[in-house]
Design a protein around this ligand. Structure first.
Ligand SMILES: [Zn+2]
Length: 208
């Protein structure tokens, strides 16, 4: 199995940590639904117009910026390299109008790069709740075998998947966070892309 990493929202070094919030008007589309049980299996995706307010915490703009919901902003450099890379698992690539920049770290002068909105594609691969050491607040009610949604999770010791995702970046059934693989890691390292912090899946414990 290829090595899997959790894509974190905050770079521990804060060198190029960049966040965003959607600007007004903030429109959304309906959440994706599970084909088996009909329940929602995603947050409501952002719909045009794509306007965002950025906040930086270091002294440079990130090549990724994270916000509420599942949307991610990528820099134009990230986009151009990605589209040539042969890697798969991102969709969208719509231009985003930056309406405000708040520099919370260093007051550096550079203008932000052009940013594009992407989302990680849903994979057919599934989160292995038992092997991941997931614990539940109360005995979980029977969950849909297709989407694995529902139940009240207390957290997990690590991230283990039932099968290898085909995508290089994706979400998997039964797990809301974005995961990437070793090819994605090499892509960001070889290109020196900033603010794409990764945690090895076996170390990605999380308790709510
Ligand atoms: Zn379902």
């Amino acid at each position: 199995m290829k090595k899997i990493y959790l894509l974190k929202h905050t770079d521990p070094s804060y060198a190029a940590t960049t966040d965003f919030i959607q600007g007004d008007p903030f429109n959304t589309l309906p959440a994706r639904r599970c084909p088996a049980c009909g329940g929602p299996v995603s947050m409501r995706p952002w719909a045009p117009p794509f306007r965002a307010e950025l906040a930086t915490w270091g002294k440079r703009f990130g090549d990724m910026a994270f916000g509420p919901g599942g949307d991610i902003l990528i820099s134009e450099r990230f986009k151009d390299l990605w589209l040539k890379s042969g890697l798969i698992g991102l969709e969208g690539f719509e231009p985003v109008e930056i309406v405000k920049v708040v520099r919370r770290g260093k007051r550096f002068k550079d203008a932000p790069p052009a940013y594009f909105r992407v989302v990680a594609q849903p994979s057919q691969a599934a989160f292995d709740s038992v092997a991941s050491g997931e614990q539940w607040l109360e005995p979980s009610s029977p969950r849909c075998e297709v989407c694995r949604e529902g139940g009240n999770s207390k957290g997990w010791e690590r991230i283990v998947l039932e099968e290898e995702p085909r995508e290089n970046i994706c979400t998997v059934r039964g797990f809301g966070e974005v995961l990437v693989d070793e090819h994605f890691k090499r892509f960001i390292e070889e290109n020196g892309l900033l603010n794409c912090p990764l945690v090895p899946a076996e170390e990605a414990a999380h308790w709510f």
